[in-house]
Design a protein around this ligand. Structure first.
Ligand code: ARG
Length: 378
């Protein structure tokens, strides 16, 4: 039974490997005839049940996985993703240390650089490492209910689980850094305090209202997703944190605005003196716009890369045209591509997309959400 199962997984890996190797050679004309490489991969698979990507295959695979991310509006620059090849690392502490180095490197003093760090793959004889945290940088959420939470309610359960596992907690501000949770191969998950010098943050202020400064709002410069599995040609890299730069609405509309996140629209409206007793004053809409202006203004002032949703929408259409010219189909998920404010004022709203899944890809594996919430943290 086991042998049969092994055979069928090998067949599956081979099918995906073959497709990827052909794609790699098609898109990298300098890389020659794929036949030799295909034969070598096939032999390695038969001998070991897995195969090792060349550095160039890994780089291209990670970039194409970005190109295939149907929910991402920022794909125009997919081919310039910087790839840090750390496949030799399997231990929790060395992986955590490299994640922090990733942050320093990607932050680049504010000129944010899209970057991925790839750690050890899964193999037939051991699982790959895992980063439980959904992003390298997360803010704690304290309190037993979303509505009374200090900090980010999204991370409430993780914060509580960490405290039960010995994390002393932060100073108790709404923006305390959570430790990073990493599980090495054949190890249990452990937490690592994120060094302050690895995290650049931007104080949020409003261009026309000085009082916002006293409010103490802030957000971090770099969004680095860390709980998606990079899949290339049948090989799984479960720990492969990657980052781009922020689009303002992610922070100004969703993170700070959503009712189950920082829920700041009532506070913004109060500061603006708006009538919040009636939906039809459009106080939420007006507060959203000002919050988003504040985010863009603050990042600009701090010299930190951030895109606005109008520019990023135009870039996405350029990406579609460019890919079409190269004869490639771009999959996209309308409900994720269209910005959460002023959708119809951006060109990405006024068309449809094919939400077709292609490989290589970044994939949420089963249990990723539970792990990010700290469920079953041992
Ligand atoms: N929306 C997420 C956040 O607000 C980040 C997702 C990735 N975003 C990006 N611009 N690459 O933290």
């Amino acid at each position: 039974m086991e042998i049969l199962q092994q055979l069928s997984t090998t067949a599956q890996v081979w099918a995906e490997a073959e497709e990827f190797i052909r794609l790699f050679h098609r898109e990298n004309p300098g890389s020659g005839d794929p036949r030799d490489r295909l034969a070598a991969v096939r032999q390695e698979l038969e001998d070991t049940g897995t195969y090792r990507h060349t550095h160039e295959e890994l780089v291209h695979g990670a970039r194409v996985a970005w190109r295939n991310s149907n929910r991402c509006i920022g794909r125009l620059y997919w081919n310039s993703l910087r790839v840090r090849d750390r496949r030799e690392l399997t231990g929790g502490d060395e992986i955590a240390a490299e994640c922090f180095e990733h942050l320093r490197d990607a932050t680049n003093g504010g000129r944010v650089r899209p970057t991925i760090t790839v750690f050890a793959p899964e193999t037939p004889d051991r699982p790959g490492p895992l980063i439980w945290s959904e992003q390298l940088i997360r803010y704690a959420g304290y309190g037993d209910h979303p509505s009374v939470t200090v900090g980010d309610p999204r991370n409430r359960e993780l914060t509580e689980a960490l405290r039960e596992r010995g994390w002393p907690g932060g100073p108790g501000t709404p923006f305390d850094l959570l430790p990073l949770v990493v599980q090495g191969c054949d190890d249990k998950p452990r937490w690592f305090e994120v060094p302050a010098d690895a995290v650049l943050e931007v104080p949020i202020e409003h261009p026309d209202d000085d009082h916002w400064t006293d409010w103490g709002l802030r957000w971090h410069a770099v969004p680095a997703i860390s709980n998606m599995c990079l899949e290339i040609g049948g090989i799984h890299y479960p720990a492969a944190p990657f980052n781009g730069w922020y689009m303002g609405t992610e922070i100004g509309a969703r993170n700070l605005g959503d009712e189950d996140r920082y829920h700041l629209l009532p506070g913004v409206a109060r500061r603006m003196g708006l009538d919040t007793s009636n939906d039809r004053s459009l106080w939420k809409d007006r507060a959203l716009v000002e919050l988003n202006r504040a985010v863009l203004h603050s990042f600009d002032r701090a010299g930190v890369t951030i895109a606005d949703h109008h520019t990023e929408s135009r870039r996405f259409l350029t990406h579609l045209e460019r890919e079409e010219r190269r004869g490639r189909e771009v999959g996209a998920d309308w409900s994720w591509i269209v910005p959460p404010i002023s959708g119809s004022a951006t060109p990405v709203f006024h068309r449809t997309y094919e939400d077709r899944q292609q490989n290589p890809a970044y994939v949420h594996h089963e249990g990723a959400e539970d792990r990010a919430r700290g469920r079953d943290l041992v």
